[in-house]
Design a protein around this ligand. Structure first.
Ligand code: PMP
Length: 438
């Protein structure tokens, strides 16, 4: 068959207006998710606000699921990016040495690692969090020569096969289409099995020659399970977990993809427990501007990699390096840790006011990662869905997480203004009141 199209000219086919408005339904895969909860077409964003194509403004308590700790389009980062683009700096760089990467690494060393006495090699993985987790699991397995990984019920570590095997959510796991191997799940010390003494169980699993469970290569943990429903691991529990790993030669992998970059106050959330993980995964807000970038930090003695063993075309997002260098400065100049501590009090009291509406609402969180769990009112998650929807109608974006999505997750940009934060909490309060009084 001959092709009648003139390949050099754009096809002269106009979309009908109904096709334009339905282009998402018509063409985009049904895998899309957030847009179903927040059905607007967004056109611009600044700070802690999003604006849709109809000109409506929304307060953003979702913050790119943790990718926008400094808010949307921060001026200082934007200026650095524009300058870099104007000067024709590299945009794509594989893993070539570039000035942008050099400056990022120097800043990371000077501002993050050295002040904390941390000595990690930095691995630039593919630019999504899940790829940083893939690398972490490979490192643990290759270095120890063991295959097993322990993860926690409620944990979320990504959706590619390796990380998915350590992710607990059943519907995500079923979508794998193949069996997911070599991960043993343990109860987390907050949430549905909070009463269970996991660490005593873990010690006996490791010591008992009849436990039936092999010594694992690594244990992967979020210090606060974010997608899993905002379940906070106590600091003492994290310390004890570190000790158990030391006692048995197990590598401790802390997944900081959502909790890191100042989300709970310190740059790394594990700092509150005074522990040093063997491997750390970092992504989301490391670039500070929502630009894709992911890192796996590994103790130097774990750097078993041969050149190119874990490669990828997009491990050198130069724009992300430029943004990240500024973001690391902002972490200090905007006094992020202090702001988070102050905002934490505001959010906690704002959510406690929801418990005053209905005492069955359970409030959990730390820093600026908080959840209001409605499971005791409605374990199906329908009430939480209604509250989130009502918030959206009233100009606030707040997502749902946890088992059956019963938890309203409050995750604003860390530099949100006091009045915007209070305004958002007031919308959430009014929506909760309205939905529960029906
Ligand atoms: N780990 C944690 C703790 C996360 O919250 C996420 C993303 N929600 C991931 C891993 C996966 O990151 P990504 O979506 O960039 O693959």
């Amino acid at each position: 068959m001959t092709n009648s199209l003139d390949e050099d000219a754009p096809p002269d086919v106009a979309l009908r207006s109904d096709e334009i408005s339905n282009i998402f339904d018509k063409r985009e895969s049904s895998v899309r998710s957030y847009c179903r909860s927040f059905p607007a077409t967004f056109s611009s964003a600044k700070g802690s606000h999003l604006t849709d194509a109809a000109g409506r403004s929304y307060i953003d308590f979702l913050a790119g699921a943790g990718a926008l700790n400094y808010g949307h389009n921060h001026e200082a980062i934007k200026t650095a990016l524009i300058d870099y683009i104007s000067a024709d700096g590299l945009t794509h760089g594989l893993d070539l040495a570039t000035v942008a990467k050099q400056h990022f690494l120097e800043s990371f060393e000077r501002l993050i690692l050295q002040p904390r006495g941390l000595d990690y090699k930095v691995q630039f993985t593919g630019p999504t969090g899940t790829n940083a987790v893939e690398a972490a699991l490979k490192i643990a397995r290759n270095v120890t020569g063991r295959t097993g990984i322990f993860s926690f019920m409620g944990g979320y570590h990504g959706d590619s096969l390796g990380s998915l095997s350590a992710t607990a959510n059943r519907s995500h796991r079923e979508a794998a289409g193949v069996p997911l191997h070599d991960v043993t799940f343990l109860p987390f010390p907050s949430g549905v099995m909070a009463e269970f003494d996991t660490l005593t169980y873990l010690r006996s699993v490791l010591l008992d020659t009849h436990s039936g469970i092999e010594l694992p290569a690594g244990i992967i943990v979020e210090t606060i399970q974010a997608e899993g429903g905002v379940n906070v691991a106590p600091s003492s529990w994290l310390r004890e977990l570190r000790t158990i790993c030391n006692d048995h030669g197990i590598l401790l992998i802390v997944d900081e993809i959502q909790t890191g970059c100042g989300r709970i106050g310190p740059f790394f959330s594990f700092e509150r427990a005074g522990i040093i993980p063997d491997i750390v995964t970092l992504s989301k807000s490391i670039s500070g501007y929502g630009l894709p970038m992911a890192l796996t930090l590994l103790k130097p003695e774990l750097d078993f990699w041969q050149p190119g063993d874990h490669t990828g075309t997009f491990r050198g997002n130069q724009l992300a390096f430029i943004a990240a260098e500024v973001a690391l400065e902002l972490f200090y100049s905007e006094k992020i840790s202090e702001r988070v501590a102050a905002h934490a009090k505001t959010i906690e009291s704002g959510l406690n006011a929801l418990s005053a509406i209905d005492e069955r609402i359970e409030v959990r969180g730390l820093g600026m990662l908080w959840g209001a769990d409605t499971a005791a009112i409605d374990p199906t998650g329908e009430i939480a869905r209604e509250i989130s929807q009502r918030c959206f109608e009233d100009g606030l974006i707040v997502e749902r997480v946890g088992r059956n999505d019963t938890v309203l997750k409050v995750l604003p940009p860390l530099n949100i203004g006091d009045s915007t934060l209070n305004e958002g909490l007031a919308i959430l309060n009014a929506a909760t009141r309205a939905c529960l009084s029906r």
